[in-house]
Structure formats: C-alpha cells, structure tokens
Design a protein around this ligand. Structure first.
Ligand SMILES: *Cc1c(COP(=O)(O)O)cnc(C)c1O
Length: 398
C-alpha cells in the first residue's frame, strides 16, 4: 500500500495552502534545491565538459526515460526524455504519418489541448500535398476511425472536463483499419495507471511538470512501441539521434534499432536534476493506489460541492471510470470566483470559457484539504465575494 503521508512529506507545500493544481504544475520536491545545488557544485562546476561522460549527462535522456517508462507501463529502452511536449507531439505524429505512407488524414478531437492541434496544423502545412487534420467531437472519435485515417492523435484525459477516452477501444479500432495512434498522456502520466505496452500503444508523449512534479518547464517524454523502434522515422533528425553523433558526418543516419533515434539535441541537463529528485518520490508509489484514492477524493469533492454550492455545474462524466484525476465545475462567474479562492489559499485554475478546475493529487491532497476547500468555496458563493472588483482583473496566465 502506498504511503501517502510519506509522499506528502517529500513535497513542499506552503503552509496553509490547499494546492489543487498539481495537474497543471506539481509542487516542489523538498529534495529539489539540494539536487540542483549538487548538480551545480559537484557536476557542472567541477566536471565541466567532462560531465557528459563522468556524470552520465549524455545518456540521461534514456536513463531517466526508463524511470518514467516504469510509471506508464513501458519496457526499458522505449522512452526518452527531453524537449517540450509540443515538440514531442509534432515528432510522434510526423513519425506516425511516415509509417502509413499511403494515407494523408490525421484524426483528432475538439477536446484536445490546443497546442496538440496547432502542432499538427503546422505539420500539415509543412507537408502540403493533401495532408489534412480532421477534428470531431470526443464521443465521435471511434466512429470516425476509418481506413482513410493514417494517424489518430488524442489526449487521453481532457484538460478541461477530465473526461477520459477508452484508450484500448480506440487503439483496437485504429489498428483494425491500419492506422497508428499517438496518445498524449499529459493528464494521465502520474495520475492514472497507464499500460502503454499492454494496450499496444504505438506512440505516447507527455510532460513531467504536471503530476510528476518536475517543475516549470520540466522536460517532456516520448514512448515508441518496441515493435516500431527498428523502422520509425525520427522526423526531427537531430545529432543526438544519429547513429554516431561524434563521427560528425554530414549526412543523417538514425541510430539503428534504438529509441535513441528519437533524441534531437542537447537537453536541459539542469532540469534533469530536479526531475530525478521528483521521480524519487514515485519509487514506492503504486499507481493503482493513487487511482483508488483519487476516485475517493473526487467523489467526496463532487458530493460536497453539489450538496453545498449553488449555481455550479459539474463538467465531464459522473462515472469515475471515465474521468482522469481532475474535477471542473462550470460557473458563470468562474474566473472571479477562482481568483477569490486563490486569495484564500485554495489554488485551482480557470479554463475558458467558464470552468473552475481542481486537480486531485493523492500524493499530497487528502480529505481534510478537500473539505476545507469546499467550505471556502461555499462561503465565497454564499457571500458573493467573487463580485469584488479586484477579482475581475484577468492575468495573462489563468
Ligand atoms: C499541458 C499540456 C501541453 C503543454 O505542452 P508544452 O509544450 O509543455 O507547453 C500539451 N498538451 C496537453 C494535452 C497538455 O495537457
């Protein structure tokens, strides 16, 4: 059984803050500052360029990738970590298209995170020649997977509503018509059990700064099914993916038979120091326990809000099997209401047009925080304190 008191003690939550935003930016691991200082003083400062060999920097994309792999059901040597999630989406969809050269249609849904759609729109523009992106409503995805489709690209858990796709059903349908699937695990990795190998995922991508707590701008990851690694086209053909980076050939040859070919260029080694400290917290965590606890807490939260707070409406499914690990409520005055919550140290966020979003992260959130948060929300709604002028001002990041 996962010891959530222990995981909580390893994370630094400011005194008095109820942090319901670990789905967007996880809190700082207490070991983070020391890990960063150790990297500065004992690696960069003393080793300088030797560090690429002596401190293993050159292969951290892979060694850390393996640690992330364990948390998404990926076997060793099938995940590399670096770059940003937007770049990884581009890379995975591009690689997927190359695997199905006779088709030009990419299918996604209207609930996908905009950057995923934007990256695909950019890719389509670059490729010209009849490539097209079709987006359908999330519930219509399964039926829209036809033998015209080359790549299906979806985010498993909807960033706004928390609605979760039936990953296995979509993969099976896609494979039955010869299409390839790219899954974005941004709101799944570290939130719910994911089994990329067992469900036969082709490509998966995700970030580390959400549920994994690696800090703002923490690097992204990409998984490629072992059966594809031999043949997959890297698309972004950088020197880190070359067969012999230090041969300095003028022609690109992808690293044969290895996930290394999905590497691009020099990663942010400093950010790896924090990521490693963040992953230490996951060493004794069982994601099945996280899921069980998250469902209990989401049910409690929804029940308490619905019985005490007027005017707010649950977004997304009621059936917890169809939900990730965050809960959003639609409310006409969602933006100022969230600002009023934040002023009272209940930290969630707002997603246009009207959603107040709350991440449920059992590593550091328990029943006491849920109940306290609902007390404060109830009070704000009853007293209409969200109407105050200072809550109406929109910040750049909501
Ligand atoms: C958070 C998130 C992103 C963010 O992409 P970055 O490149 O890290 O800014 C992309 N896609 C989804 C589905 C997300 O939830």
């Amino acid at each position: 059984m996962t010891n959530f008191a222990k995981t909580r003690a390893m994370l630094d939550i400011p005194e008095g803050m109820i942090y319901l935003n670990g789905n967007s930016l996880g809190p700082m691991p207490k070991a983070g500052p020391d890990a960063m200082m150790r990297f500065m003083n004992e690696e960069w400062r003393t080793e300088l360029i030797k560090g690429w060999n002596t401190k293993g920097w050159f292969m951290q994309t892979n060694t850390i990738g393996d640690r992330i792999g364990k948390l998404i059901g990926a076997p060793k040597d099938s995940v590399v970590v670096s770059d940003t999630l937007s770049i990884k989406v581009f890379q995975a969809v591009g690689a997927g298209l190359a695997l199905v050269p006779d088709r030009k249609l990419i299918l996604s849904d209207t609930g996908n995170f905009p950057t995923d759609l934007y990256m695909v729109q950019g890719l389509v523009k670059l490729k010209e020649d009849g490539y097209k992106l079709r987006t359908v409503a999330p519930a219509a995805v399964l039926d829209a997977i036809t033998d015209e489709v080359a790549v299906v690209t979806l985010t498993e858990v909807d960033y706004r509503t928390g609605r979760k796709h039936d990953m296995k059903a979509i993969i099976d349908k896609a494979h039955s018509v010869g299409a390839v699937v790219v899954w974005d695990l941004a709101h799944s990795a570290g939130a719910i059990p994911v089994d990329v190998l067992g469900t036969d995922v082709d490509f998966a991508v995700g970030c580390t700064y959400k549920f994994f707590n690696a800090g703002p701008g923490g690097p992204a990851f990409i998984y490629v099914a072992p059966r594809l690694i031999e043949t997959v086209e890297p698309v972004l053909s950088g020197w880190y993916g070359h067969e012999a980076p230090f041969a300095f050939d003028t022609d690109y040859r992808p690293m044969p038979g290895k996930i290394d070919r999905m590497r691009i260029g020099t990663p942010s080694i400093a950010s790896f120091a924090i990521l490693e400290a963040a992953l230490d917290i996951w060493e004794d965590v069982d994601l099945n326990d996280v899921r069980t606890r998250s469902i209990e807490l989401m049910e409690l939260f929804i029940h308490e809000v619905e019985s005490r707070c007027d005017g707010v409406t649950l977004a997304g499914p009621r059936n917890m099997d169809e939900r990730g690990s965050h809960v959003s409520f639609e409310f006409e005055h969602g933006y100022p209401c969230m600002q009023a919550l934040i002023e009272r140290k209940v930290i969630g966020d707002f997603r246009a047009p009207n959603m107040m979003r709350f991440g449920i992260t059992p590593l550091f959130i328990g029943e006491a925080e849920i109940l306290k948060a609902v007390d404060i929300l109830e009070d704000i709604l009853k007293t209409h304190s969200y109407r105050e002028d200072r809550f109406q001002v929109r910040s750049a990041v909501t």
